[in-house]
Design a binder for this molecule. Structure first.
Ligand code: SF4
Length: 212
């Protein structure tokens, strides 16, 4: 059984799949406490469902793209079986993970969107850098920036691990904390080969809305 916070149909707000309809399966629990977290409601709330029940709920939406998110979905080991089961059923599966837990057991058919936590998150020490070796070219690494210090750290980390040669790199900002135009200007000044993105869902719905 897996503790599930919510299952809902919306559009992808982030990643290179942004804008596409997607079924989201938000799993309960997170081992981190980022300063800017907008899904604290998923830390403990939820109900236990079997993998079969989750897959059957997902199928109701008649949508091929499914994202497993949280919280931190990898806190519950069964999430690995859930992703495998969805991929076996022909779904295009994505996972959003905070990057502090091992990703090596994730089914290779799954697209991984992995955060590397920047200094202002307060979670810098939790980054599991060994994960970088497990990323596929089709996966994506995401930096959520809250300050210039975060930007400088992200730029340094990209260089240290040659990240842009391994996989796509996404930059986004903490909503309401850092002006997007500043980050875009820094990216252009440094000619960084990263993709800047806004959390699309926060512009479509109320920024604090759940289930979107
Ligand atoms: S990893 Fe995600 S869900 Fe967990 S505290 Fe950080 S922002 Fe919130």
């Amino acid at each position: 059984m897996i503790k599930v916070n919510e299952i809902y149909f919306s559009i992808q707000g982030e990643s290179s799949k942004a804008g596409l309809p997607c079924v989201f399966v938000r799993l309960t629990y997170c081992n981190l406490r980022c300063s800017y977290c907008d899904t604290e409601y998923a830390f403990f709330e939820g109900k236990y469902l079997s993998i079969e029940e989750i897959v059957s709920e997902v199928k109701k939406y008649n949508c091929q793209l499914v994202e497993i998110t949280g919280g931190e979905p990898l806190v519950q080991n069964e999430s690995l079986l859930l992703m495998k089961s969805l991929a076996d059923d022909g779904f295009e599966v994505m996972i959003e993970t905070g990057g502090s837990l091992p990703i090596k057991e994730i089914d290779p058919r799954v697209m991984i969107i992995m955060d590397l936590k920047c200094p202002s998150s307060g979670m810098l020490k939790k980054n599991l850098y060994e994960n970088i070796d497990c990323l596929k070219p089709t996966d994506e690494v995401k930096f959520v920036l809250g300050s210039k210090e975060d930007y400088d750290w992200a730029k340094q980390t990209i260089g240290n691990y040659r990240l842009t040669e391994k996989t796509a790199v996404l930059f986004s900002v903490v909503f309401g904390k850092l002006e997007p135009v500043k980050v875009v200007n820094w990216i252009l000044e440094d000619n960084l080969s990263v993709r800047f993105q806004l959390q699309m869902h926060k512009f479509i719905w109320e920024p604090a809305a759940k289930g979107v």
